[in-house]
Every structure is written in structure tokens, then in C-alpha cells.
Design a protein around this ligand. Sequence first.
Ligand code: ADP
Length: 169
Amino acid sequence: MKVGLFPGSFDPFHNGHLEIVERASHLFDEVVVAALRNPQKSSPLFDLEERQAMLEQVVSHLPSVRIVSVSTLLVNVARDVGALAIVRGLRAVSDFEAEMQMAQMNNHLSGVETIFIPTSPERSFLASKLVREVWRFGGDVSDFVPKVVAEHLAAKYEQRRQSQKGDEE
Ligand code: ADP
């Protein structure tokens, strides 16, 4: 069975990510989406458990896709799930340098291959960081993320607003 591993922080998961998962599911018998705890990103918007729960809802229409959440070295996850290759999306040349370096490191560590799927032009501007920025200032992010994620973002925004109000009182 050919397994593809699609790792990312997915904080939050957006439509660019979804496109890559859907396209990877045509190439592999199974796609494992791994939500990673990124030690370089100290305070995530959603904790790992929330991200995993959301992802499970978002890919429920794709029977060959499974979600895991991990805070270990990616090559260990690739070995554990029996991945034929790590899948990464490429938006623009600016992604290339870091992705190339990571792919070479992972290949050196374990021999695992990385394949890149170029995003469609309509989604190449999408990035979790930008979605978070628009959300933080109350902007409408519903065009950029799956419905389930938009609902979680709205709930989180309300929660944050209430707690800020509480602080002011
Ligand atoms: P990381 O912090 O590990 O880069 P991200 O959640 O930002 O995690 O991204 C996970 C993967 O999704 C990466 O391969 C990234 O290049 C890809 N990706 C991010 N945004 C897009 C997009 N708009 N279109 C296609 N792929 C994307």
C-alpha cells in the first residue's frame, strides 16, 4: 500500500492545505495528515488536540485520509506510518529554499523521499499566518478556510472578545 505523509502546523488548516490533501489522495492509497507541534512557533492559535479534531471533520469526505498529531521528528513519523514519501505543497519560489533544505535533511536522515505538489494559482497567496492576521483583526476568513475551521475561528474570536471585555471590567 502506498502511503503519503502530509505534515504541517495547520494553525489553522486552510483551503490551500485541503487542495494538497485532495490531490495527494489521488496519488496514494492512503494519505496521513500529520499535525505537528512546531517548537519554533511558541503560542499556537489552536492547540494540537483542537487541530486534530478539526482536521478529522474537514477530511471526513475523504475515506483514504487519516489524521495523526505528533510532536516528534518527522522522519520517525514517516517510518511509523510506512510512508513512501513526504508530501509538501509549493506556493512560490519563496517556499522552495526552505522546502528543499528540509527534503534533503529528511532524505539524509532516513532515505525518505519528498514530493512537491504545486498549488493552484487561486490558492497560492494563502498562508496560515495571513489567515491568523485577518482573523485577529476581525476580518472575514470564510473564503480561505473550510467551513468547520471558520466556525472554530469564529468561536475562538468570540471567546477572546469576552475575555478581553472581562479584563477591562
Ligand atoms: P509548516 O509550518 O510545517 O510549513 P504549514 O501548515 O504552514 O506548515 O504548511 C504545511 C504544508 O502545506 C507545507 O508543505 C506548505 O508548503 C503547504 N502549504 C501551505 N500553504 C499552501 C497553499 N496555499 N497551497 C498549497 N500548499 C500550501
